[in-house]
Design a protein. Structure first.
Length: 333
């Protein structure tokens, strides 16, 4: 059994616990919070036996084997490197880090220690996405990838009233691209690799982060478009267009309904709703990679995470969006 520690006591961690209880091969062993009171309250609620308020102490503990990091984006790299250097496996919530340089440092720490590092992106490991990927060849030469995710943030009303919560603060490496755009860009990186060129634009909020934006990527024989927003809702599905047909994807972050619509008018249904909590699939992949002795996931891989980070970094450069975390690296000033 892989003994898991959790960093963070937010709603994402609660979803992780729900998924963990339906995943084979792991035990929820510990939780970290900045205050003992909150750590104990969270642990008592979910029957977790061990609490920490000091990350160094947690990383040194011989009572955990792996950690799930669900802290603010700006803390991912520092915390992941700490645990990786202590020989702990790390499942890091998306986005992996603030920028590509941090992602490289994280994977270097994983390689040095022999621990597994994986980005917790659910899309690419869900049954409907895997089935779609297996059938991608059926639509012939691909000419366009269009991914769309617009979801009005539950924190945007507070923002408009003058209360800037973490979701709209650059010091936490947040914004629409990092929060929702990654769901469009990560599958693109997995399916098509690194593009030759990107062009990006965004509507910037006064707090200093992007409220919505678009990334257009050019590949040798196709183009890709990622559209994302935290200040409007969108009901348009995502689509992969080929010369023989197109694949329609109902929701790029959590694909359930997937159809191939061929040029002759016929439709092939590839829908496969998740039969358990959606985070269970990424968690099972992580556990299986560790159990197999592999160094990384073949799906949510080092190459995929780095490519996605590089695309988003270049998009932010074109937005004019610089995070405090970027200033650690001279080339990103």
């Amino acid at each position: 059994m892989i003994r898991f520690g959790m960093i963070g006591t937010n709603f994402i961690t609660e979803r992780f616990i729900d998924a963990a209880r339906q995943t084979d091969g792991l035990e929820l062993a510990a939780v970290y919070s900045r205050t003992q009171e909150r750590a104990e309250a969270f642990a008592d609620r979910y029957g977790i036996g061990l609490t920490f308020t000091d990350l160094d102490e947690m990383a040194a503990s011989d009572r955990i084997d792996a950690v799930y990091i669900a802290s603010p984006n700006s803390l991912h790299a520092e915390q992941a490197v700490l645990f990786l250097r202590s020989g702990k496996h790390v499942l890091c919530e998306k986005p992996m880090a603030s920028n590509a340089s941090e992602v490289r440092e994280m994977f270097a720490a994983a390689e040095e220690s022999g621990a597994v590092l994986m980005e917790a992106v659910k899309t690419t490991l869900l049954p409907a996405f895997l089935l779609m990927r297996e059938n991608l060849h059926k639509i012939g030469p691909i000419r366009r990838y269009f991914a769309n995710y617009g979801q009005y943030s539950s924190r945007y009303d507070a923002y408009k009233e003058g209360m800037v919560l973490n979701a709209f603060r650059p010091e936490f490496s947040n914004g629409a691209l990092m929060d929702l755009g990654l769901y469009c860009i990560y599958p693109m990186a997995l399916l098509f690799g690194k593009p030759e060129e990107i062009k990006a634009s965004a509507f910037m909020l006064e707090s200093g982060v992007d409220g919505e934006g678009t990334v257009i990527a050019r590949y040798p024989d196709m183009e890709a478009v990622a559209s994302f927003s935290k200040i409007t809702d969108s009901y348009v599905p995502s689509e992969i267009q080929g010369e023989l047909g197109s694949i329609l994807i109902d929701k790029i972050s959590e694909p359930r309904s997937v159809q191939i619509r061929y040029r002759d008018g016929s439709i092939e249904d590839l829908s496969e709703p998740a039969g358990k909590p959606v985070m269970s699939y990424e968690l099972q992949e992580f556990v299986d990679v560790i159990a197999s002795g592999a160094k990384e996931s073949s799906v949510n891989s080092k190459a995929c995470s780095l490519t996605a980070a590089e695309i988003m970094e270049e998009a932010r450069r074109q937005f004019g969006l610089v995070y405090p975390a970027d200033r650690k690296y001279p080339q990103q000033k």
